[in-house]
Design a binder for this molecule. Structure first.
Ligand SMILES: *Cc1c(COP(=O)(O)O)cnc(C)c1O
Length: 405
């Protein structure tokens, strides 16, 4: 599409060109933005709850006219309000909402070609590793290097003439390593490539990678953004206009977009994102203190630990530490007993919700990662990952205490 075709297309596809960063809500405080969203309310009807436009098709009244909506893959008003809200929160220009985080990541990999090289954080969500390896490396010939992206020198060493992107998860999953977003952006920009940041763990409430130089932010909205363990979703947010056309074309061609009802649920969830995250973080700090002193615990991984190697970096590039904590037991043989003894904490394979979850990465989220890489990173038999919820902190601690005993 050249520019004039894009402008013609924009008449048919509402929101195609992204948000107005100087609009009233885009200039407001984040806490207000979370509650009010991009538009504030439905301008058509005055509805405060964004209506669920459960329609996959939209009529054109006359030849040559359009409401800005036509076919559902191109856009839907409920989804558009969610997308605009995400773009606003992440300080980006344009966002798209998908039916899962993995769909969003898969769309991003299609910006690349066979022979392109991508540097990826070596400590990352197992599903991401599976997608990159099984689909994009083995079937389509993209090349991936898994590198400790918290070590800038290692990233520098890994750059090759065909390196087109760096994909980082920060904090990383489950070892909680922190990547310097600004410095990594500078490295890849020297080379004309893209920095993609998976912002699932901190969300735009605590971290806005685009302000630090990232070109693209990707999310599993299934986690903190949803917060209630009831919606699968994913997002792509881009910094500026330059990628709109390509990502729009991929999206309207493939679909994989979020349905209107789930879009509504996500908008509803996002209203309380700040409240949930503050409470989760407060609880997480108490859990961190408890675990750090427990005689059966070998080591605790928490970004808010003042002894964390990138504590100062975290304070510089994020406004919070989040609520993900990993820890290792001294005796890995006690893991099954611990999991079986939980009474309040749920043994489940996700994160970010109101409920506290304990995950066994080796068997669950990181099962797809080969042993050699897992061992190098430190995901072993003794490692457990806690996603701290909003329940009473004392009762969460008491449950862990009895289960560890
Ligand atoms: C869960 C997760 C994903 C995948 O998202 P889905 O919504 O499950 O498809 C990607 N990255 C991170 C960090 C995750 O935790």
């Amino acid at each position: 599409m050249d520019e004039s075709t894009m402008l013609e297309m924009a008449k048919l596809v509402k929101g195609l060109l992204g948000i107005d960063k100087s609009s009233e809500n885009a200039l407001r405080n984040k806490n207000t933005q979370l509650v009010r969203g991009y538009s504030g309310y439905d301008k058509q009807t005055g509805a405060i709850g964004v209506p669920i436009y459960q329609s996959s098709m939209f009529v054109h009244e006359k030849y040559g006219t359009s409401t800005g909506f036509g076919y559902g893959r191109y856009g839907n008003p409920t989804r558009l309000e969610l997308e605009d809200t995400l773009a606003m929160l992440e300080h980006g220009k344009k966002a798209w909402a998908y039916s899962s985080g993995m769909t969003a990541e898969s769309i991003l990999m299609k910006l690349l070609k066979t022979g392109d090289h991508v540097i990826v954080s070596d400590d990352l969500y197992g599903g991401t590793f599976r997608l990159f390896t099984l689909t994009y490396a083995e079937q389509y010939g993209l090349e991936f290097s898994y590198v400790p992206t918290d070590d800038l020198e290692a990233v520098k060493q890994a750059i090759k003439p065909n390196t087109k992107a760096i994909f980082v998860e920060t904090p990383s999953n489950p070892i909680m390593k922190v990547t310097d977003i600004q410095a990594t952006a500078d490295l890849i920009h020297n080379q004309g490539g893209l920095l993609i940041v998976d912002n699932t763990f901190l969300t735009p409430y605590f971290q806005t990678p685009i302000d630090l130089g990232a070109d693209i932010v990707v999310h599993s909205g299934t986690k903190f953004l949803s917060g209630h363990n009831d919606v699968l979703s994913g997002f792509i947010v881009i910094k500026d206009e330059s990628l709109i056309e390509r990502i729009f074309t991929l999206t309207m061609t493939e679909g994989g977009v979020l349905g209107p009802f789930d879009s509504y649920l996500m908008l509803r969830s996002i209203k309380t994102l700040g409240l949930r995250l503050e409470r989760q973080q407060e609880n997480a700090f108490k859990l961190f203190e408890f675990l750090s002193k427990h005689p059966k615990v070998e080591r605790v991984y928490y970004v808010g630990d003042p002894n964390h190697p990138q504590y100062e970096l975290s304070k510089r590039q994020s406004t919070g530490f989040g609520s993900m904590i990993s820890f290792k037991l001294k005796n890995a043989a006690e893991v099954p007993d611990l999991l079986n003894s939980l009474k309040l904490i749920l043994f489940a394979e996700s994160l970010g919700g109101c409920e506290t979850f304990l995950t066994y990465p080796l068997m669950q989220t990181h099962g797809a990662i080969p042993e050699e890489l897992r061992k190098r990173v430190g995901v072993d038999e003794a490692l457990l990952r806690l996603s701290v919820g909003i329940e009473d902190a004392g009762e969460i601690i008491a449950d862990l205490e009895q289960a560890l005993g």
